[in-house]
Write a protein that binds this ligand. Structure first.
Ligand code: RIB
Length: 280
């Protein structure tokens, strides 16, 4: 207890530490932690509320100074019963929907608009979205923005867009390659890059070539996207910056427990690479 307190520690819970998105995010946290002499302890919650509760309890019992929670399955009971009760400073973000307290988020809805605007400008009129059926709020916003853009351009989303549900993983993307082809779409919007990269492999196994036969767009801007073939067109989230800012806000909160809620929204941008072709 004493040792952790002296070291000034913070706990970080992410949904899936195997996704490069979360390694970049943790990198950002680590950079600011180092600057301010904090030690971050990182955990992957694997979308298991019991496991997350366990880590949160253990961190608090060991005297951690604050928590950053990016995972979605932490419950209100854990927040109220453990974090608030112990007066532990915390910050919720990314997949976490509980809009309570300090937050760092990105413009997910704008991101959805950018995807739709770009695919439409490239002449795509039949688009399939691959998304988990239990999508978290940040991801749902991407789809809301996407559909809004169609409506803004007087295009009926029901006639243009189909949805295929699959997990937010490489395997999730891989598994739906056949269904994507059967949908007859000329372009796919994968709601994260990992799914898009898994889909690449599934399509290749079926003899389908991206983007000659079908265009693919991802979301996140993980560095892997520049190394796959063809390089992945995507929406860049400022991932490491999200981590840096989360840590800065948490330190503010630790040092000034009574300041107003701090909410920061960071912008996203389109990165045009090689996985989408113009078919108009
Ligand atoms: O790839 C991980 C995804 O989960 C990202 O899109 C991020 O925003 C998170 O919600």
């Amino acid at each position: 207890n004493l040792i952790l307190n002296e070291a000034k520690s913070i706990g970080v819970v992410v949904p899936n530490i195997g996704n490069p998105f979360f390694s970049s995010f943790i990198d950002g946290i680590q950079r600011v932690s180092r600057e301010f002499d904090y030690l971050p302890f990182n955990f992957s919650g694997h979308n298991n509320p019991k496991l997350e509760e366990y880590y949160v309890e253990q961190l608090i019992a060991r005297g951690t100074n604050g928590l950053i929670i990016a995972s979605s399955s932490i419950t209100k009971d854990t927040i109220n019963g453990i974090l608030k009760k112990n007066r532990t400073p915390y910050l919720l973000m990314d997949q976490n929907p509980l809009s309570d307290g300090d937050q760092v988020r990105t413009s997910d809805k704008v991101g959805g608009h950018l995807v739709a605007k770009y695919l439409l400008s490239m002449g795509h009129k039949k688009i399939v979205i691959i998304v988990p059926d239990d999508a978290t709020d940040n991801i749902k916003l991407r789809i809301t923005g996407f559909k809004e853009e169609l409506t803004d351009q007087n295009i009926n989303p029901d006639e243009t867009v189909s949805i295929i549900f699959t997990p937010l993983t490489k395997l999730g993307g891989y598994d739906v390659a056949g269904a994507v082809i059967d949908s007859g779409a000329s372009a796919v919007f994968a709601v994260n890059d990992e799914m898009a990269i898994g889909l690449y492999r599934g399509l290749k196994n079926l003899g389908i070539e991206v983007p000659r036969d079908i265009s693919v767009m991802g979301y996140d801007g993980i560095d892997l996207g520049t190394y796959v073939e063809p390089a992945l067109t995507t929406i860049q989230q400022p991932i490491a910056r999200m981590g840096e800012l989360a840590m800065q806000l948490l330190i503010n909160r630790i040092n000034n427990p009574d300041i107003n809620h701090q909410v920061v929204e960071l912008p996203v941008r389109l990165i045009q690479r090689e996985s989408v072709v113009n078919i108009s």
